[in-house]
Ligand binder design. Structure first.
Ligand SMILES: [Zn+2]
Length: 318
């Protein structure tokens, strides 16, 4: 008798439980819909909408590392899981560069930019190409007969890739950041430096201009295009040589911070008195790899911070 009663009870219990579960599912799905409608009615998404000055508000950060590669350039830029590399230092700096990329857990690049074919910019770029997957490699349309350049071409071919020629004003995206090609503007130059790919990178309200070794001739061509050159950070052209960073260009960019990638006691006498005095006169703090080593600069889309204090205005040549 007792056993039968118990069985009946558990049967009723099961029916009841099923009804409760079914209604929970129905109520939950209705509740889910209404929650979505409610959130949409609050317009929370518009909080990360376009700003008045048309710059996009961003979440997260943009990290720019000016890697100490001695007398040369190599700049790692990351936004979220996206990465790009501008130049690959000298061949001598191979271990430092590859070691840094490894220590930062870089796995692949959206973009690699070789600004121009000089050894202090592409010396170890072939090693980067051989070691990492990448989507796009930008390179100016100019060739040299050096072994360094040949090595880079072979490495790119080995990855079944081709150089992408820079197009003025063309825009690329790097996660929530974007960059625009500012130079080179001509097909032919006497100086290889002027073939340098120059870009303006924007992240939220912050922006950077990376110049490679572009000289004042290329700077004047950029100025003629009447694009907005204002930027928070200017990577000073050609290691602080007096052939770059003309007064007009510097005034147009009017950077809050300047960064110089330059080797300690280099044989080129970089940076020069002309450039350093120009920066000093305007009170622009200068970060330099010969004094600070690798420099990390972080933007949250609103403000920019550096991992080191600014350097001196000391110079070597004129
Ligand atoms: Zn250079």
């Amino acid at each position: 008798m007792g056993r039968r009663k118990k069985k009946k009870f558990s049967f009723v219990y099961v029916i009841f439980a099923v009804i409760v579960m079914l209604s929970a599912v129905i109520i939950d799905s209705n509740f889910g819909d209404s929650i979505h409608e409610y959130i949409e009615s609050l317009e929370v998404y518009s909080l990360i909408d376009l700003d008045e000055d048309n710059t996009k508000a961003v979440e997260g950060s943009l990290v720019v590392d000016f890697i100490d590669v001695g007398q040369g350039d190599s700049i790692l830029i990351r936004q979220g899981s996206h990465a790009m590399l501008i130049d690959g230092g000298t061949s001598e700096s191979k271990q430092d560069l590859l070691g840094f990329l490894e220590s930062e857990n870089v796995s692949s690049f959206d973009y690699i930019i070789g600004t121009h074919p000089h050894e202090d910019h592409i010396g170890s770029l072939d090693d980067v190409v051989n070691s990492y997957d990448f989507d796009t490699i930008l390179f100016p349309k100019v060739t040299t007969t050096t072994k360094t350049f040949e090595n880079l071409v072979l490495a790119v071919k080995g990855k079944n890739k081709k150089f992408v020629e820079p197009e003025i004003n063309k825009e690329y995206t790097l996660g929530d950041a974007k960059f625009t090609i500012l130079a080179p503007n001509s097909k032919e130059y006497d100086s290889l430096n002027n073939y340098s790919i120059v870009i303006k990178l924007t992240y939220g309200k912050n922006s950077f201009i990376f110049t490679g070794d572009a000289e004042s001739l290329s700077e004047s061509e950029i100025l003629k295009n009447n694009v907005d050159l204002k930027a928070d950070v200017l990577k000073i052209g050609h290691h602080g040589s007096s052939t770059s960073t003309s007064e007009k260009f510097l005034n147009a960019v009017s950077p809050k911070y300047a960064v110089i990638s330059v080797g300690k006691d280099n044989s080129y006498n970089h940076p020069t008195k002309t450039t350093m005095n120009r920066l000093k006169k305007l009170g622009i703090p200068v970060y330099r790899t010969d004094e600070q080593g690798t420099i990390e600069c972080v933007s949250n889309g609103e403000t920019i911070s550096f991992n080191v204090d600014a350097g001196t205005y000391s110079y070597m040549g004129n």
